[in-house]
Ligand binder design. Structure first.
Ligand code: NAD
Length: 457
């Protein structure tokens, strides 16, 4: 039987084959986890200084190869240049941020309830972290999983998305050149088979990707009794109030709809205009989206994604939706889709209920703030919501009432700060948060130690 291969193609130039590797299979994943488990004791015992220095060297290596990595992200996943450059800078910053973590306190000392002794807590690594990543942030997501896991003494086996194979393999090479051995940080390319094998073998599992796959990963890890976190898709809303600076709000919302062709889990796909905001926002947003060019939007990841998007727009129009801007596919090479805004999409149409992962949004009118919040909350995919208003009172009140993991006031829904906890609400996430201190907690488990006097002295 011929070997199964993993391929990744340039979304802007589908004849350009970026990576082709043989699929390693489930047994290779189990073997990689075995080697990582054997290496874990040594990695932990090397101490805080060694782990900190190693992570710092990876940050240096990413910075030293910034232009090359930027070009690879652009080529492999079609990310616009400025965003790719930003992702590389963020990747280095995340390695550097977690390079400090090995020195942080790992527990607390408590008084005994009675008598002599010492009570203390201590956080310890789980062992081998099995990390499963999507393709859309091909360096940043593997990094925000691997860096905290390594910092606290786990070893890592990462399975990237097939569409981002070359980026992940290059990151692994840089880690190796920075002196981190392959058994400490292994990248195993592959698809569902390798992902499932990793979930079956690792001591802690972190998954980012689509909702359906994520739910299966959570079930499998929970069945085995290993800790698991999953960050899934979002159906993110932007609420625009009549007192907002409409031009600025439209610019932010357009960026969140069309930036990187809407292929961010935090992209805006539902725009909810409250009361008198509707008319001016519609006009400003149509203008802003029509002005978006390739340096902002870029292609979608593959032909299947483009077909899914165009079919969805077609079926929404058949069901009564109107196209306010876009709606088509430009006549050019590459998997491009026009930034699109639709109105009058029936409430039950998939475009209004599911994540489509493209530069497409639906405009809704809400009579008042209560209706807008009810609309925003009417989804299980509650990852990020933006609120656009000049009233601090309204912003804070709305933030309390929104079912979303990330709430952004007067900013696009799609920004993320790596030093704060990140994750969705309701069905958009499972388990502990990623990033910031939260990630360090997830990749460790607490021990409580009671030390009593040995006596005889
Ligand atoms: P995907 O779910 O298709 O794949 C994600 C990863 O899971 C890939 O590495 C894939 O090979 C692997 N996989 C597939 N089947 C598997 C299985 N049965 N067992 C284990 N692993 C398996 O997602 P994608 O298309 O790569 O990425 C896009 C999705 O990711 C979107 O839904 C997006 O919203 C989501 N995403 C979420 C966040 C977040 O933090 N919430 C961030 C980025 C992307």
């Amino acid at each position: 039987m011929p070997a199964v291969t993993i391929t990744s193609y340039n979304p802007a130039d589908p004849d350009d084959l970026v990576a082709v590797v043989e699929e390693p299979g489930a047994e290779a994943v189990r073997a990689a986890v075995g080697r990582a488990r054997a290496a874990q004791t040594g990695w932990l015992a090397a101490g805080a200084g060694a782990r900190s220095a190693a992570l710092g060297r990876i940050a240096d290596a990413v910075e030293a190869h910034a232009e090359e990595l930027t070009a690879l992200i652009v080529r492999e996943v079609g990310k616009p240049l400025a965003e790719a450059r930003g992702e590389v800078a963020r990747t280095a910053a995340i390695w550097r941020y977690y390079a400090q973590a090995p020195y942080a306190p790992s527990g607390a000392v408590h008084e005994t309830a009675a008598g002599a002794g010492l009570l203390l807590t201590r956080r310890r690594p789980h062992g081998v972290a099995g990390l499963i990543a999507p393709w859309n942030f091909p360096l940043a997501i593997p990094t925000w999983k691997a860096a905290p896991a390594l910092a606290v003494g786990n070893t890592v086996v990462l399975k990237p998305a097939p569409e981002a194979t070359a980026c992940a393999l290059r990151l692994a090479e840089l880690a190796r050149a920075a002196g981190v051995s392959e058994d400490v940080f292994t990248v195993v390319p592959g698809g569902a088979e390798e992902g499932a094998a990793l979930v079956d073998a690792a001591d802690v599992v972190s998954f980012t990707g689509s909702t359906g796959v994520g739910r299966a990963v959570v079930r499998a890890a929970t069945e085995r009794g290993v800790p698991v976190q999953a960050e899934l898709g979002g159906l993110n809303a932007a609420l625009v109030l009549p007192d907002a600076d409409i031009a600025t709000a439209a610019a932010h919302v357009a960026a969140a709809i069309a930036g990187y062709a809407g292929q961010k889990c935090t992209a805006t796909s539902r725009v909810i205009a409250v009361g008198a905001a509707y008319e001016p926002l519609r006009e400003a947003l149509v203008k802003a989206l029509a002005a978006v060019d390739d340096t902002v939007c870029g292609p979608v990841v593959n032909s299947a994604a483009r077909e899914r998007l165009t079919l969805a727009v077609g079926s929404a129009v058949e069901a009564g939706a109107s196209v306010l801007t876009g709606g088509g596919v430009p006549d050019r090479i590459g998997w491009f889709v026009e930034p699109t805004l639709l109105a009058d999409v029936p409430a039950e149409h998939p475009l209004a209920r599911e994540e489509f992962f493209g530069p497409i949004a639906v405009l809704h009118a809400a009579a008042d703030l209560d209706e807008a919040i009810a609309l925003a909350n009417d989804t299980p995919h509650s990852l990020a919501t933006s609120v656009h208003t000049r009233s601090l009172d309204v912003a804070l009140a709305v933030a309390d009432r929104l079912d979303a993991g990330m709430i952004r006031v007067n900013a696009p829904s799609s920004g993320v700060d790596f030093h704060l906890p990140f994750g969705g609400a309701k069905g958009a996430a499972h388990g502990d948060r990623e990033q910031g201190q939260a990630a360090l907690d997830f990749y460790t488990v607490g021990r409580t130690v009671s030390v009593l006097p040995g006596g005889g002295a």
